[in-house]
Design a protein around this ligand. Structure first.
Ligand code: ATP
Ligand code: MG
Length: 622
């Protein structure tokens, strides 16, 4: 049962129990006051008559999306879904210098993938599809509004250079100055038209809003609306050589799309008066008025041990500290997906951290915990040996194979069991054996006994070494009465004999070689760059290690036929999960990497996350 104040979109019991955040409260209040009106009949029975809630995610296509954007997507899509509303994906492509088609395509892919965690469609399909938009499609309308503002005496062409503008910026209590703010509208109109027609070089003039050169909010000291940029644009090609500034463009974009709640991050709080001033100025004397959305600010996601800004991530890519935007160590959505993150785990994390009005560092361990929690529920178990040492079972006949039952996922009985082959020669993990064990070493040692997972008790009889004294194989025996992993019951009905340790193994005759990539955090400092001002100084140079492993044959087939997709568990509302891979017993969660190839067979696995938070353990020790 959900708590009485549960929000209708509750994802997890914890989510259902939490108080409604300040944005949800605002939406409730708007619904109660009828602020945005209701959806018309044409919207169909699920939406018609309900209070309008229309959100958007407005990325600039100047890089790949990162986990901070994921928070914004989950927030905006989640609000649309919870309120039977709509969600738009809009490219804020107003700066041609840094924008590329590749980014547009990757962003579409990433938003759709994350939205799939809601099992309610996306921006372009399903019940909340508001559509796909490009701010650059609005350039004509923005220009018309700019002309209107000039005519109203609310904007003027200023011929100061950028340097001159900053030199005249003033200080708190000391107003800024511009020699051009009282130029007659007719003159500004003529110059604006010349700017648009390409008659003036970059940087020679700007269109500025005529607001208040003495304002204590510097954003209101006659901000620039248009600048000259002779640049090719990915959408409008060479049609424009003046481009609108964010503050001028954004409110118009929201207005044209009928956005109700325009959610952005905290650093725009001081821009809100400007956002409102622009729309109010457009509406002065206009009937009917244009739509005036409400800007709402929330605290950015800033996870520990991570950098997020696209600009910084681009540097990691360009300077080849990573293999690309989708390097599994990157905090990009593409990187996280390749690493084996599920969209659900990211959504659950966003629900868990909530929405606030104060900036704070979020422990990256919480994201990893959310990932573990989901993968534990949905991943099939498998066995792989990352650092193999050979075991020869001396009392097992050559050529004999036993097919043992292996539980696919103890968390999900419906997933059932599958067969795992057992033979005379096995691989086990090198560090599961010690020739001279310390006290409380419950794994294998000469004369000691362990349980082979789902198989038999195994006793080490003898160690074989090469001329240099390196161990080459372990000669062992199994107890045939322990098939399945337990000793037969004694007179009291309980197992007659117990062993403490259980280790994983792979039949050598069946094992498939695989490359396994072990990842760690990309940065070793909690706040990369804080110490020296350069985040590169805090790179963890051991963030990637590659080992040659042996995996059981089922994994090879599962990887090839399912591409690492899940065979167990479900996502929200019964939908298939959005990714994931496998749990390698005792080692962690892994997924197949796109570098895997079926022909010739080449298996590559990524370690998604370890079973336990080793960083927390290290921190506790320190
Ligand atoms: P970056 O500096 O990383 O490129 P940005 O804010 O410039 O970030 P945009 O493409 O302009 O990136 O952002 C699209 C949306 O994502 C905006 O609404 C922005 O507020 C939101 N967003 C960006 N970074 C974060 C973050 N760390 N946490 C939450 N939301 C974010
Ligand atoms: Mg940006």
């Amino acid at each position: 049962m959900s708590a009485p104040n549960a929000h209708p979109d509750a994802n997890t019991p914890a989510d259902a129990a939490r108080p409604r955040n300040f944005i949800e409260q605002l939406i409730d209040a708007d619904a109660a006051s009828g602020r945005w009106g209701v959806w018309p009949k044409s919207e169909g029975p699920d939406r018609a008559g309900k209070p309008r809630v229309h959100t958007r995610f407005p990325p600039e296509p100047n890089g790949y999306l990162h986990v901070g954007h994921a928070k914004s997507i989950c927030l905006n899509f989640g609000l649309a879904r919870a309120n039977a509303g709509k969600f738009n994906l809009r490219f804020d492509d107003t700066n041609p210098a840094k924008e590329e088609r590749e980014y547009v395509e990757s962003i579409k892919r990433d938003v759709a993938w994350l939205a799939s965690a809601f099992n309610a469609g996306s921006f372009d399909s399903g019940p909340h599809a508001g559509g796909l938009f490009f701010a650059s499609d609005y350039f004509d309308k923005m220009y018309d509004h700019a002309v209107d503002l000039v005519n109203k005496g609310k904007a003027y062409v200023c011929q100061l250079t950028a340097d001159e503008v900053s030199a005249r910026r003033g200080k708190p209590g000391v107003p800024a100055t511009s020699p051009h703010r009282d130029r007659p509208p007719s003159e500004s109109l003529k110059l604006l038209d010349e700017m648009r027609r390409g008659l003036h070089p970059d940087g020679s003039m700007t269109l500025r809003a005529r607001i208040d050169l003495a304002s204590n909010n510097f954003n209101l000291r006659d901000p620039v609306m248009y600048r000259i940029l002779h640049q090719h644009h990915h959408n409008t090609a060479d049609k424009w050589c003046i481009y609108p500034m964010y503050d001028w463009a954004h409110g118009i974009e929201d207005s044209l799309e009928g956005i109700t709640h325009s959610i952005c991050t905290l650093e725009f709080e001081d821009h809100r008066p400007l956002y409102d001033w622009f729309i109010k100025s457009i509406n002065e004397g206009r009937s009917p008025p244009v739509w005036h959305s409400q800007q709402i600010e929330f605290a950015k996601l800033a996870p520990s041990y991570t950098i997020l800004s696209k600009r910084n991530l681009l540097r990691l890519v360009q300077e080849k500290f990573v293999t690309g935007w989708d390097d599994p160590r990157m905090p990009t959505i593409a990187g996280m997906r390749r690493r084996g993150y599920t969209a659900e785990s990211i959504r659950n994390f966003c629900d868990d951290i909530g929405v606030t009005k104060t900036d704070s560092l979020i422990d990256i361990g919480r994201l990893e915990a959310s990932l573990r929690e989901h993968l534990n529920r949905v991943t099939p178990r498998a066995m792989a040996v990352l650092d193999p040492i050979k075991v020869v079972v001396e009392n097992w006949p050559e050529g004999k194979t036993d097919q043992l039952d292996f539980v696919i996922n103890p968390e999900d009985p419906a997933a059932g069991t599958r067969k795992v082959p057992f033979t005379r020669e096995l691989w086990i993990e090198r560090d599961d054996f010690m020739e001279v064990p310390p006290k409380k070493f419950f794994r294998l040692f000469p004369g000691g006994e362990v349980r082979l997972r789902w198989a038999y008790f195994l006793k080490c009889e003898r160690v074989v070494k090469d001329a240099d004294g390196n161990i080459t194989e372990l000669r062992c025996t199994i107890d045939p009465d322990t098939r399945g992993g337990d000793a037969p019951p004694g007179p009291d009905g309980k197992p007659s004999r117990k062993v403490k340790g259980t280790i994983h193994w792979v039949s050598a005759a069946h094992a498939m070689p695989a490359e396994v990539r072990l990842f760690d955090r990309l940065f070793s400092a909690e706040e990369p760059g804080k110490r020296t001002g350069n985040f590169i100084d805090d790179l963890n140079h051991d963030s990637k290690r590659t080992v040659r492993a042996f995996v059981e044959p089922w994994l090879a087939n599962a990887a090839a036929t399912r591409g690492g997709a899940l065979v167990s568990g479900t996502g929200p509302d019964g939908a298939p999960p959005t990714g994931g891979g496998f749990q390698f017993e005792r080692l962690g969660y892994f997924c197949t990497d796109p570098d895997s190839a079926p022909d010739p067979r080449r298996l590559v696995f990524n370690r998604t996350v370890t079973l336990k938070d080793t960083w927390a353990r290290e921190a506790a020790k320190a």
